[in-house]
Design a protein around this ligand. Sequence first.
Ligand SMILES: [Zn+2]
Length: 324
Amino acid sequence: MHIQQQTLAEPVICYGMGVHSGKKVKLRILPAPVNHGIQFIRSDQPDCPKIPARFSNVIDTSLATVIGHEGCIISTIEHLMAAFSGLSIDNALVELDNYELPIMDGSAARFTEKILSAGITAQPGPKCFFVVRKPIKVEDGDKSVAVYPFDNYRITCSIDFPHPLIGQQSYTIDVSPASFSGEISGARTFGFFHEVEYMKKMGLARGGSLENAVVVGKNEIMNEGGLRFPDEFVRHKVLDCIGDFSLIGLPILGHVVANRSGHAFNHAFLEEFFRRKDAWETLTLRENSRDAETCRTGICRDRTEGRESLVRDTRSYISGALAV
Ligand SMILES: [Zn+2]
C-alpha cells in the first residue's frame, strides 16, 4: 500500500470522442503538487475555474458522472477517475478542450497504459485515508451499497440481469495498481442493443459504437471478438464503483459491497457516507501499517506539516460536502 501521495512523472495526452456528445476531445493529464487532489479544467473556456473531482461538485449521475461549477461542466469522468484511484494517484490536473471526456474503448485500459508508461512518482506528503470504523449501508429494494471496516481497499460488486449472456455475476478485488490494471481496467462498458437504438433515437450515446462498448443482442455479443473476460460485465461495474467512490476525495480503507448499483445509487451512498461522520475518520498510515496487528495500533495521527494541512483541507471539504 502506498502511504505517500503520488502524481504522474510526465504529462499524458489522449485524443478521442465523448460517448454521449459524439464530440472530439483532447485530454491532457498533468502532474500536480502535494494536496492538489484530482482537478479538471476546460481549456476551451478560459473563464472556467478548476473543478475538484469531489462528491460536492457532482451535478448529474443519470447517464454518467458529471461534475460542474458555475455553469462549467465536465462529463463522464468515471473511467479516468477509476484509473487514478486504481493506480493510487492522488494529484493530477486534467485539462480538456470540450465538455465530455473521451470514451476511448469504453474501459480504462488506455488511460491506465498511458499513465503507467508516463510513470508514477511518490511525493513528499503523506497520503490521507478515510478509515472506515463502523458499517454504513444504504438499501432500496434489491439495490444496496455498504462499506465495512477492513484494513485494505476491497470492493465486491454483484449484478443480476435477466439475460442469458449475463445473469448473476459477482467479483471481489483488493484494489492495487497490479490488480486494477490486470483485472479491471480493460473491462468495457456495456449496453443492450434495443436500449442503444432507443438512446440514439433520443439523441443520446451519439458517440457510442461497437468500438467503445460491449453491445448485447438477444442471444449474442455483437462485438467482433466477443468479451475480453467471461465476467466482463461485473468487472466493469467494479471499475465504475472505483471511479464513483474516488469522489469521496481520499482513498478508502474499508470493504465496499455493492449489489445491483449504478452511478446514481453510488452517489446516494456517498451522501450517506458523509452524513455518518461517526463511522469513519481521516488518517495517515505509518510505514509498517500493512501488518494487521500494527494496523490496529499503527494507524495514527502523524504531525508532519503536509499532513496537518491536508487534514485541514479535508475538514473544510467535508463541511462543504455536508452543506450540499
Ligand atoms: Zn462505466
